[in-house]
Design a protein around this ligand. Structure first.
Ligand SMILES: C[S@@+](CC[C@H](N)C(=O)[O-])C[C@H]1O[C@@H](n2cnc3c(N)ncnc32)[C@H](O)[C@@H]1O
Length: 259
C-alpha cells in the first residue's frame, strides 16, 4: 500500500517547515496571479490540501470563493475539519481516481502536490476533466534549485540532514508504490505535461524560492527559533523511530550508495 503523506511529514513538521514561506510580497504576487478568483462564489477545488497551509492562503486572499478540498490522507482530513469547519467542503479521495463529475469547478488548483505523484499526467487529465470549459487549472510547484540558498554552515548542515532523511523516506515511499527506488522524487517537470493533456493558454509565472530562510528581511533570532523547532522535531522523530537507518553507519553507507 502506498505510504500516506503524513508518514513523510507530520502536521507539526509542515507547520514548522512552512514557517518562513510566503511573505507579504509573495502573497501579493498570488493575489495578482490568481485575481480571477475574486469573483464571488466561484467554485474552486484544491487538490492535496494537506494540513491546510495553502488552503488558509486561499481563504485569506479570496474569502468569497466556494472551496472544496480533496485530500486522501485521513490524518490531514481531520486537521482540515478542525481548522476550517464549515468554510470548506472536503472530499476524501486521490486526484487520479476522483469521482467528481466533469465540468464542475471554475478553478482546480494544487500547491506542491503534482511533482510527488507517479502519474502526473493522469492527475492533470483529471484536473482538466473536472474544470469547466474556459475554467482554469493552476499548478504551483517547487523549483529544486531553491534548495541552494542556505546562508550559513549551521543552516546548511541542518538542511543536509533533513534532506537526507526526506530523500530516504521518499525512496521508501517510492518502493511502496513499486517504482524504481532510484527515481528522483523531484524529477517531474510540468509544461510538457500541460500540453499532453491539451490544456491551452498555458502561462508560466516565475518564482525564486519557497524557502525564505536566506532572506535578509527576517530577523536572525526568528530564524534561530525556527531552526530550534525543526531540530526538536527531528529529535522527536528519531526517538519515535528507533529503526531510523540514518543512525547506523553501515545503513548510512548503503543509503549513500543508493542515492
Ligand atoms: C507536500 S504535501 C502539500 C500539502 C499542501 N498542499 C501544502 O501546501 O501544505 C502533498 C499533499 O498531497 C497529498 N496527496 C498525495 N497523493 C495524492 C493524490 N494521489 N491525490 C491527491 N492528493 C495527494 C498528500 O496527502 C499531501 O497532503
Amino acid at each position: 500500500m502506498t505510504q500516506k503523506w503524513s508518514y513523510l511529514q507530520s502536521i507539526d513538521e509542515i507547520t514548522v517547515g512552512r514557517y518562513f514561506e510566503y511573505d507579504l510580497d509573495a502573497l501579493n504576487l498570488f493575489r495578482k496571479w490568481l485575481k480571477f478568483m475574486t469573483v464571488p462564489e466561484i467554485k474552486v477545488l484544491e487538490i492535496g490540501s494537506g494540513s491546510g497551509f495553502f488552503t488558509n492562503i486561499l481563504l485569506t486572499l479570496f474569502p468569497e470563493i466556494e472551496l472544496t478540498c480533496l485530500e486522501p490522507d485521513e490524518v490531514f482530513v481531520e486537521k482540515l475539519k478542525e481548522r476550517f469547519g464549515k468554510k470548506i467542503n472536503i472530499i476524501v479521495d486521490e486526484v487520479e481516481t476522483m469521482r467528481i463529475k466533469k465540468n464542475t469547478f471554475d478553478v482546480v488548483i494544487s500547491h506542491i502536490v503534482i511533482h510527488n505523484l507517479t502519474e502526473p499526467v493522469v492527475a492533470l487529465e483529471q484536473m482538466k476533466r473536472v474544470v469547466k470549459i474556459n475554467g482554469r487549472v493552476v499548478v504551483i510547484e517547487p523549483l529544486p534549485a531553491s534548495r541552494n540558498y542556505y546562508p550559513s554552515e549551521e543552516v546548511t548542515d541542518a538542511f543536509d540532514f533533513l534532506n537526507k532523511a526526506r530523500i530516504h523516506k521518499c525512496i521508501q515511499r517510492a518502493k511502496s508504490m513499486t517504482i524504481e527506488a532510484s527515481v528522483n522524487p523531484w524529477k517531474n517537470c510540468y509544461p510538457r505535461f500541460y500540453k499532453e493533456v491539451d490544456l491551452t493558454n498555458i502561462n508560466n509565472y516565475g518564482w525564486t524560492s519557497v524557502f525564505t530562510l536566506s532572506d535578509g528581511r527576517y530577523d536572525y533570532h526568528e530564524k534561530k527559533k525556527w531552526l530550534k523547532m525543526r531540530t526538536q522535531l527531528m529529535e522527536n522523530s528519531k526517538r519515535a523511530n528507533s529503526k531510523n537507518p540514518l543512525r547506523s553507519r553501515r545503513k548510512e553507507r548503503e543509503y549513500r550508495s543508493r542515492v
